[in-house]
Design a protein around this ligand. Sequence first.
Ligand SMILES: NC(=O)c1ccc[n+]([C@@H]2O[C@H](COP(=O)([O-])OP(=O)(O)OC[C@H]3O[C@@H](n4cnc5c(N)ncnc54)[C@H](OP(=O)(O)O)[C@@H]3O)[C@@H](O)[C@H]2O)c1
Length: 307
Amino acid sequence: MTEQMTEQMTEQMTKPTNLGGSFTLPGAAMTVNRMGYGAMQLAGPQVWGPPRDVNGAIAVLREAVASGVNHIDTSDFYGPHVTNQIIKQALHPYPDDLVIVTKVGARRGEDKSWLHALSRQELIDAVHDNLRNLGLDALDVVNLRVGGIMAPSEGSIEAPLTVLAELKRQGLIRHVGMSNVSPQQLAEAQAITEIVCVQNMYNVANRNDDGFIDDLTKQGIAYVPFFPLGGFTPLQSSTLDAAAASLEVTPMQVALAWLLQRSPNILLIPGTSTVQHLRENLNAVTLDLTPEMIANLDSLGGGPRQA
Ligand SMILES: NC(=O)c1ccc[n+]([C@@H]2O[C@H](COP(=O)([O-])OP(=O)(O)OC[C@H]3O[C@@H](n4cnc5c(N)ncnc54)[C@H](OP(=O)(O)O)[C@@H]3O)[C@@H](O)[C@H]2O)c1
């Protein structure tokens, strides 16, 4: 074995010990490492039914937790039910520091479509489905998912959020977050109950929420971008490729490192169904992007950010 090969193997085996630093959710005794894991990819194709390799899915979850991940994002409408059942099978009884964040407000149609499910009864049922399938007495954080996938749609969130606030008072939910929301909807939500996190679509190439993120940073609220790697349309860019080549890493790792340096309240939940991609993603916390790389990557989303 050559010296270079030994070095490469040691590098692959070395696990990042500091997963991007940590963040404490506002008003909550919950501190999570900034690099987490999104469990949506653990269901079958189109997030429907069981995965082809259940043991592989279990291995991804166990490797994530063994590597220090203590923030897992999920929902009972992934599968439906399947993803939560796999999380329970892989990790229950859960480590004390593990924060499982779930979301309600949607359901799956028979044709695998994603439909709103925001009525009082649907929300109550969804919370109980999550409790049962995760094997929990109370849910750490529940995001109320409203709006469209690609962008929020304006409209009052009072009725559905009032239901979650009630379930919080009953002790079934510890903390509440919002997903697919606008700044106006967040403000409306904050008058009803404390909001600890916002989960919207955002990545190096989709930067509609730049101003919103800056506002959430000031408020100390976590921003958890979904589709950090582009989701169903993986990010592709010569700028990402160039930075990756010069750091001898992958473009996806650069995309995650860019998010980590973007703002201290950004928490990452990249999704993957493979241990290899999980390791790659976790190792993104070790990257140091140069100011020039950051400026080039900033320009992908339409130019440098306004301070
Ligand atoms: N609130 C919402 O409405 C909403 C919507 C969507 C998602 N989410 C949450 O956000 C999380 C993240 O989103 P996402 O999983 O949809 O999208 P993502 O993290 O942007 O991308 C996942 C895709 O990237 C691939 N991938 C992952 N790591 C990779 C790597 N190192 N190299 C190459 N390809 C890689 C995955 O395939 P492999 O399996 O082959 O790795 C998968 O196809 C989800 O798990 C879910 O919890 C929330």
